[in-house]
Design a protein around this ligand. Structure first.
Ligand SMILES: Cc1cc2nc3c(=O)[nH]c(=O)nc-3n(C[C@H](O)[C@H](O)[C@H](O)COP(=O)(O)O)c2cc1C
Length: 370
């Protein structure tokens, strides 16, 4: 039986508990470089007592950013900025740090949520000073009236595979503990997977095997770029929530292939591919997908999505629907959510000694490395 505060392993990586902080874009980078905001944000997350922090979607190429304000890891400058932030915040926390490597495909070149039209089209046209031409499997825009993305050539595809591998090398060199590949939420790799966004007629489109080709090539290239025991896993959208789109059965096939290639873990999200999606979100609304993949594939999973109550998180693990749970907005709302969970479930948690007097649990452990 699995519990929220039991230790866990992702390959060689040891985690103190099963609470994961999922990647969350901060739209606060400059030219792909992390800024002081990232010191504040990541610093706060690293004192939360969670078992793992995953750095926000980090673009492997400038045109792979969701917005002009997104973090990247495509150059010495972007790596140096990330190194500076991680060095300062990791001095005070032993929490493992992973990174989500991403290419936004046709959903790139958009504004920060608080700058775009409310709830509407946030895309920035390529002829605007801060916009650029997006790339995708097919020239089908995300917003009906948006500028169509460029359908990628085989040369573009090879380039993206190399960009992922290069960013992975940089991440490992920065001392980051693991890589999550973003194959979810309608970004480039999900766009290749879904028949709704991929209408190619070459080796990268049509059959499921062809649609999985680029994501699997990226996974292989990234695995080959890092040490053999360096953990590399994948976040997927297990369904498009649209008839005729990517679905659970195809997700299970993809996860089986990934497992064969040495993927130890799937972070199971859903949706984001197209505006027609029909989701009824409620507490734990994506957990059943984690459960189905875990059982059908025999692979560890992280469940995510409106898991805000400690007892709810515990029951997902006890009933073996996932191996870990991720709490996103709940941790933005209360960066010490894991303390509350430990108190409610009467378990021990690591916190910084500077904060011990603010906690009520008697058995604090020292979060400092030294
Ligand atoms: C501010 C914000 C930024 C996000 N950025 C990312 C991201 O970079 N990559 C990603 O895969 N998901 C991203 N997400 C989705 C979260 O990782 C998570 O899956 C989602 O918020 C559902 O979990 P929750 O209900 O615990 O918040 C973001 C969510 C929020 C609220």
């Amino acid at each position: 039986m699995i519990h929220l505060f039991e230790p866990w392993h992702i390959g060689q990586l040891k985690l103190e508990n099963r609470i994961v902080i999922p990647p969350m874009c901060q739209y606060s980078a400059e030219n792909g470089c992390m800024t002081d905001w990232h010191r504040i944000h990541i610093g706060s997350m690293l004192t939360s007592g969670a078992g793992l922090f995953i750095i926000e979607a980090t673009a492997v190429a400038p045109e792979g950013r969701i917005s002009p304000y997104c973090v990247g890891l495509w150059s010495d400058d972007t790596a140096k900025a990330m190194q500076a932030v991680l060095t300062s915040v990791r001095r005070y926390s032993a929490m493992p740090v992973a990174i989500q490597l991403s290419h936004a495909g046709r959903k790139a070149s958009t504004n920060a949520p608080w700058l775009g039209e409310d709830g509407g089209d946030r895309s920035i046209a390529p002829d605007q000073p801060s916009g650029w031409q997006t790339l995708a499997p097919s020239a089908l825009p995300f917003f009906p009236d948006g500028t169509p993305p460029k359908a990628m050539t085989e040369h573009d595809i090879d380039r993206v595979v190399q960009d992922f591998a290069q960013a992975a090398r940089r991440a490992e060199a920065l001392g980051i503990d693991g890589i999550e590949l973003h194959m979810a939420h309608g970004y480039l790799m999900h766009e290749f997977l879904s028949p709704l966004s991929n209408q190619r007629t070459d080796d990268y489109g049509g059959s499921l095997t062809n649609r999985m080709r680029l994501p699997l090539q990226v996974f292989k290239a990234v695995k080959a770029a890092v040490a053999a025991d360096f953990p590399v896993w994948v976040r997927i959208s297990a369904t498009d929530w649209i008839e005729g789109g990517w679905d659970l059965a195809q997700s299970i096939s993809l996860c089986r292939e990934l497992k064969q290639l040495g993927c130890p873990l799937i972070h199971v999200s859903t949706g984001g591919l197209a505006l027609e999606q029909n989701i009824s979100a409620g507490p734990g609304y994506q957990v059943s997908f984690s459960d189905a993949i875990r059982k059908a594939v025999g692979i560890d999973t992280i469940a995510v999505g409106l898991i805000n109550e400690p007892e709810q998180a515990e029951s997902i693990l006890v009933s073996q629907q996932a191996d870990a749970i991720a709490v996103g907005r709940g941790l933005l709302h209360n960066p010490h959510w894991p303390w509350r969970a430990a108190e409610k479930l009467n378990r021990q948690i690591s916190t910084a000694p500077q904060y011990w007097r603010g906690t009520t649990h008697p058995n604090q452990k020292n979060l400092f490395k030294k």
